[in-house]
Design a protein around this ligand. Structure first.
Ligand code: SF4
Ligand code: SF4
Length: 292
C-alpha cells in the first residue's frame, strides 16, 4: 500500500520521540503510539482498531511538531490499511454517503431539510452535508447573503453531493473517488465560474483533493468568508447594524490548520460596526471535537 506523503518513512527518519505532539493532543496520551503505528504500517504488528478511531484529525499534533510530523499523518494510512484488511465497520459507514446507515440520511428522515434553488448559476454554493443537514442556519445565512448581494447563484445540497472527505478521513476513500468526479460534473453542468463552500471539508475537497485526483478544475474555488469579503469590498454587501459585541471567532481545525484560511472571516467580522475581535489570530485555537 502506498502511504500518503511517505508519512511512515518521514516519521522513521525524523521523529525524535520527544512527545510534543502528545502534549497538545486532545485524544491520546500513549507515549508508544507513534512506534505502534509505525510497526503496524510496516506490517510487523497488529493494532487495536478502537485506538485508531480516537483521532479527531484536528492537526494539532502536526502543528506542535518541529519536524511537521505528528500522529495524524500516520493515522490516516493506518485506518485505510485496517479497512483493507478487516472491512468497513458501522463507525465508518455512518459517514459513507452510499451506505444505508449514513447519519445524514437518518437526519433527513427525521427532520425537515431546507430546500434551495437548483438551477444554472455563475456561482455554485456548496453547503456540504454538515450545512445541509446539521448546521442548517449556516447554509441559510450564506444563501440569504447571496440573495441580498444579487449574486447569480445556485445551490448543490444533499447527500448525493457529499464531498467524501469525512468518509476518507475515517479510512474509506471510495466516496471521494466516486462523488468527486460527479460533483465536478454537476458544477460544470450549472455553467458556474465560481464554487463557494462554507464547510472546511468541502473546501479541502474542491480546492486541494479533487484537483490532485482529477486534474485542474475550470472554475474558481473559494471559501465563503473570502467571497463575502469580496462582496463587501465591491460594495455588493454592507453591514447595516451596529453590534457592540466582543467576538470570539472559532477557527475550524480543517480550515485553519488544514487549509491555512483564518484571516478572511476575521476581516468580514471587523467590517461590522461595533465588533471587536477577542482573538486576532488562530494561536491556541482548540478542536471542537465534531469531526471525530
Ligand atoms: S512526531 Fe514530532 S512531536 Fe511527535 S514525537 Fe515525533 S518529533 Fe516529537
Ligand atoms: S489529529 Fe488531533 S486528535 Fe488526532 S492525533 Fe493529532 S492532535 Fe490528536
Amino acid at each position: 500500500m502506498e502511504l500518503k506523503n511517505g508519512s511512515l518513512k518521514k516519521t522513521q527518519e525524523k521523529c525524535t520521540y520527544c512527545g510534543q505532539c502528545l502534549e497538545v493532543c486532545p485524544r491520546y496520551n500513549d507515549h508508544e503510539l507513534i512506534e505502534k503505528l509505525c510497526k503496524y504500517l510496516e506490517g510487523n504488528s497488529d493494532i487495536d482498531s478502537g485506538s485508531l478511531l480516537r483521532c479527531l484529525t484536528c492537526g494539532l499534533c502536526t502543528c506542535a511538531c518541529l519536524e511537521g510530523l505528528g500522529i495524524k499523518p500516520l493515522i490516516s494510512p493506518a485506518r485505510q490499511k485496517w479497512i483493507n484488511e478487516n472491512g468497513l465497520t458501522d463507525i465508518q459507514t455512518i459517514v459513507d454517503p452510499n451506505a444505508q446507515n449514513n447519519i445524514f440520511k437518518k437526519i433527513a428522515e427525521m427532520s425537515e431539510i431546507p430546500m434551495y434553488k437548483n438551477s444554472l448559476g455563475s456561482v455554485v454554493y456548496f453547503p456540504g452535508c454538515a450545512g445541509t443537514y446539521i448546521n442548517t442556519s449556516m447554509a441559510k445565512a450564506a444563501v440569504a447573503l447571496l440573495e441580498k448581494a444579487g449574486v447569480d447563484y445556485t445551490v448543490l445540497s444533499g447527500i448525493e453531493y457529499c464531498c467524501g472527505t469525512v468518509s476518507a478521513g475515517a479510512g474509506n476513500p471510495s466516496s471521494i473517488h466516486k462523488n468527486g468526479q460527479q460533483n465536478i460534473k454537476e458544477v460544470r453542468k450549472r455553467e458556474a465560474k465560481i464554487l463557494i463552500t462554507a464547510c472546511p471539508g468541502g473546501f479541502k475537497a474542491f480546492k486541494d483533493i479533487y484537483p490532485r485526483m482529477f486534474g485542474q478544475l475550470d472554475f474558481q474555488v473559494m471559501q465563503v468568508s473570502k467571497y463575502l469579503e469580496l462582496l463587501l469590498r465591491n460594495g455588493k454587501l454592507s453591514p447595516e447594524t451596529t453590534l457592540n459585541h466582543r467576538i470570539f471567532y472559532h477557527d475550524p481545525c480543517h480550515l485553519t490548520r488544514g487549509m491555512r484560511v483564518y484571516q478572511e472571516a476575521r476581516n468580514v467580522l471587523e467590517k461590522i460596526q461595533g465588533t471587536e475581535l477577542a482573538n486576532k489570530t488562530p494561536k491556541n485555537s482548540a478542536c471542537c471535537g465534531f469531526e471525530g
